[in-house]
Design a protein around this ligand. Sequence first.
Ligand code: NAP
Length: 249
Amino acid sequence: MDRYLENKVAVVTGASRGIGRAIALELARCGASVVVNYNRNAEAAAEAVAAIEAEGGQSIAVQADVGDFEQAKRLIQTAVDGFGRIDILVNNAGTTRDQLLMLMKEGDWDDVLRINLKSVFNCCKAAARSMVRKRRGRIINISSVSGIAGQGGQTNYAASKAGIIGFTKSLAKELGPRNITVNAVAPGFIPTDLTADLPEELQQKAIESTPLKRMGRPEEIAYAVVFLASDKAAFITGETLTVDGGLVM
Ligand code: NAP
């Protein structure tokens, strides 16, 4: 196995389940020590840590609602206190409150923007100082094809994910001179708890519209993230890499 992230410290938000869990495991397989962040699901986070340790990796779980600035600060501080620094930040935590705009409650808009977009501001702001001090860092923000192409019933979600892309480009310009890269990954349709409630008909439609004629696997998002986190991606910044089977090319 290629352990090209040996001695690196990574924080993955929302790593108790789904795509975040796959990212945490893959980073650890490549040698990184991984902070597994979760919000509510302590049991799943403990299981993710145990899975990393079972493969010989180093990991701790840290509870924090990353949509809250003080909690995000505590998460990053715990990583720095525990491992001495932070080299890789993956802003993955996310949620949906799908509804047509005419029926969408203000709270559904606010919750999604807070959890999906403000969390990225919170964690980047908290982690930037440590990275700038070391003049090295990798930030990877998980966007979505919805933020690129839009999706009916997802004005809140698509706005948060499009916001991540603009944020990523702007921060890449700010932090580039400090040798810190900032990129986004935009997954297509991946079966996780987030998509489990989508009607079968919509799932089939998504597969039909995907040139590769299948859903992606969480691991396939993780491979892209690990690449962007590595030295091999040192000259890539401000980019949004779609990993979607060709859905929005
Ligand atoms: P998921 O299975 O529902 O997992 C969501 C994760 O986010 C969980 O670990 C959850 O923690 C965590 N989380 C939620 N709110 C949080 C908060 N306020 N603070 C900290 N952690 C929080 O979702 P997923 O499908 O893996 O999605 C991961 C990311 O990929 C999201 O940003 C999503 O928008 C994006 N994405 C997914 C797809 C897809 O098809 N699945 C497509 C495009 C983009 P708890 O377990 O503690 O609740």
